[in-house]
Write a protein that binds this ligand. Structure first.
Ligand code: MN
Ligand code: MN
Length: 494
C-alpha cells in the first residue's frame, strides 16, 4: 500500500478522540454558555439533597408538571387539578427524592426511557448531640457523610444547611453561611510549624481523624467564669433566640455542613466551572434540562433524582428503595382505562402488576453519574487508553466496581452499541472511561440497582476533576454535551 492508501485506511479504521470544542458550531457555543449560567444558579440553590429536590420541583412546576397525587385524587373522583394535564407529572418523596415524567405517544408496555442521577453529595453532618465547648471555644461535632478526603475540609469557610423538627412537631429550616453578610464556620488545622510528629510523618489515612472534624461556632461566653459551660451556653442561646431551638432539638435535625460560597467560572477563558456538589448535580441538572426539553416524543420519558448514593443508596430515599416502582405504578394507574365491570378487582390488580413488570423490564436507562477525568498531576492512577478526559464529552462507562469489576452491573455490548449509535447519529461528542486503572481503586453508582429490574442500563455522564472535593471541576463543554446526550436519549428508541 502506498502512503495515501494507508492514510485512507487509518481514517477508516482508527478510533477518533474528539475535543468537544473542536466540534461545536457557534450556535451551540452560545447555547452552551447560556446553559452553564443556569447550571451555576442551580448549584448555588441546591447545595443539599433537600434543596435540590425542592429546586427541581419548583422548576418543573413552572414548566407545567403536576404533582401525580393530584391526578390520582382526580381518578378517585375528587376535583381536577388547577393546571391543565399535559401528561407531565412529578413526585417528591420524603422531601429528598424526586421523579419527573413526560408521557410519550407510545404505549408504555414497550418500555420507557429512564435517566437516574443522585442529588446527595459528600459533606459533614452534625451529630445528634453536637454542641460542646473546649478551651474557651464553642463547637459543633460532625460525622462525615460519603467519601471525603478529610484534610480538604480543614481551614475553609463552611456553611450550615438543614432542618430541625422541634418537640412539638414544628419544623425550622436554617441556612447560614451563603450570603456575603452571613457568618461561616470552620474546622481548624494544625500550623506547619507543629505538624511534624502529628501529621507530616504519618500516613495520610491516619493523619486526619474523623472525630476531629469539629466545627468552630463561637467564642463569646454567657455570663462570668462562675457559669459552667458558658461558651456552649451562649451558642445554644443564639440558636434559641433566632430559631427557638433547644439542645434536644438537635436530636431530630438534619444539619449538613457544606463548603460556603457560590459556583465560579474557572480559568481565564471561563471554560470550566468550579463548585461543591457537581457529583452529581451536573447530571441532575442536565437530566432536568433534558426532560424539560422533551415533548411529543414516542417513548415515555422518566427522570429520577435519588438521595443516599454516596452512602450506598441505602434508606427509603435511595435507589435501593421502592420509589422507582411506586412512581411507575402510579403512572400505569393514571394511564389505565377504567376497568371493565366484568373483570374482578383481583384480575385488575394482577393485570396492573404484570404490566408494570413488563414496562420496567422493557425499559432503557442511563445511570447519570460522573466519572473521574485524568488529572495531569496524577496520571499514574489512570490507564490512559481507557480514562476519561475533561472537555471530551459525555462519558459512557460500561462498568464500574473494583477488584475485577466486583459491584458493577457491567452494561451489555448490545446496549452500549445502541447508545453509541444514537450519540453518533445525533452528533453527541462522547468518550468512554473507567474509574482508575485496574486494581487502583474504583467505585460504584446506582446502575446496579436499576439493572436488578432487568432493564438495560449504562453509566453515562461527564468526567470531573477533584471529584468529592469541596471544589470539583467540570468543563462547560461537557455540561453541554451531557445535556445533548440525555435530550437525544429521551427522544430515542434505544
Ligand atoms: Mn456520583
Ligand atoms: Mn460520588
Amino acid at each position: 500500500m502506498n502512503k495515501k492508501e494507508i492514510e485512507k485506511l487509518e481514517k477508516k479504521i482508527l478510533k477518533k478522540e474528539k475535543l468537544v470544542f473542536d466540534d461545536l458550531a457557534s450556535r451551540e457555543k452560545k447555547a452552551m454558555f447560556e446553559l452553564t449560567e443556569d447550571y451555576k444558579k442551580f448549584l448555588d440553590s441546591a447545595k443539599t439533597e433537600r434543596q435540590a429536590a425542592a429546586e427541581i420541583i419548583r422548576i418543573a412546576e413552572k414548566h407545567g408538571f403536576i404533582n401525580i397525587n393530584e391526578i390520582l385524587e382526580m381518578k378517585k373522583g375528587f376535583k381536577k387539578p388547577d393546571k391543565p394535564d399535559k401528561g407531565k407529572y412529578y413526585s417528591i418523596f420524603k422531601n429528598k427524592t424526586v421523579a419527573l415524567a413526560v408521557m410519550g405517544k407510545e404505549d408504555m408496555s414497550s418500555g420507557i426511557n429512564i435517566i437516574a442521577s443522585h442529588i446527595d453529595s459528600p459533606r459533614l453532618d452534625l451529630k445528634q448531640n453536637p454542641v460542646y465547648e473546649d478551651t474557651d471555644l464553642a463547637f459543633l461535632k460532625t460525622h462525615y457523610y460519603g467519601g471525603i478526603r478529610k484534610y480538604q475540609w480543614l481551614a475553609i469557610p463552611l456553611a450550615l444547611h438543614g432542618k430541625f423538627v422541634k418537640a412539638n412537631g414544628d419544623e425550622v429550616e436554617i441556612n447560614i453561611g451563603e450570603d456575603a453578610d452571613d457568618p461561616v464556620f470552620a474546622v481548624s488545622d494544625l500550623l506547619p510549624h507543629l505538624a511534624g510528629k502529628l501529621q507530616a510523618n504519618k500516613k495520610l489515612s491516619e493523619a486526619f481523624e474523623g472525630e476531629k472534624l469539629n466545627l468552630i461556632a463561637g467564642s463569646i461566653p454567657l455570663g462570668n467564669d462562675k457559669i459552667k459551660n458558658r461558651f456552649k451556653l451562649n451558642l445554644l442561646k443564639l440558636f434559641y433566640e433566632k430559631y427557638s431551638i433547644t439542645e434536644e432539638d438537635f436530636v431530630s435535625a438534619e444539619l449538613e455542613v457544606v463548603p460556603a460560597g457560590k459556583a465560579r467560572d474557572l480559568g481565564l477563558d471561563r471554560s470550566m466551572i468550579g463548585s461543591y456538589g457537581q457529583d452529581d448535580r451536573i447530571c441532575a441538572f442536565t437530566e432536568l434540562k433534558a426532560i424539560l426539553a422533551t415533548e411529543n416524543q414516542d417513548k415515555t420519558a422518566v427522570g429520577f433524582f435519588f438521595d443516599k448514593e454516596e452512602i450506598g443508596s441505602e434508606g427509603n430515599t435511595g435507589a435501593k428503595s421502592r420509589f422507582l416502582e411506586n412512581f411507575l405504578s402510579d403512572l400505569v394507574f393514571i394511564n389505565s382505562k377504567n376497568s371493565s365491570k366484568n373483570s374482578s378487582k383481583n384480575a385488575n390488580d394482577q393485570f396492573h402488576e404484570r404490566l408494570l413488570k413488563k414496562i420496567i423490564l422493557n425499559s432503557s436507562a442511563l445511570s447519570a453519574d460522573v466519572n473521574a477525568a485524568i488529572d495531569p498531576d496524577f496520571k499514574d492512577v489512570h490507564e490512559k487508553m481507557n480514562a476519561a478526559r475533561i472537555g471530551h464529552g459525555i462519558c459512557i462507562t460500561k462498568f464500574t466496581g473494583s477488584r475485577g469489576k466486583t459491584g458493577s452491573s457491567d452494561a451489555s455490548a448490545e446496549f452500549v452499541g445502541r447508545i453509541r449509535k444514537l450519540f453518533n447519529e445525533k452528533h453527541v461528542v462522547w468518550q468512554t472511561g473507567e474509574l482508575g486503572k485496574t486494581d487502583q481503586g474504583g467505585g460504584g453508582t446506582i446502575a446496579k440497582f436499576l439493572a436488578e429490574y432487568g432493564m438495560d442500563v449504562v453509566d453515562c455522564g461527564p468526567a470531573v476533576l477533584s471529584m468529592h472535593s469541596p471544589f470539583e471541576i467540570a468543563s462547560k463543554t461537557d455540561v453541554y454535551m451531557t445535556f445533548k446526550g440525555y435530550k437525544n436519549f429521551y427522544r430515542s428508541f434505544v
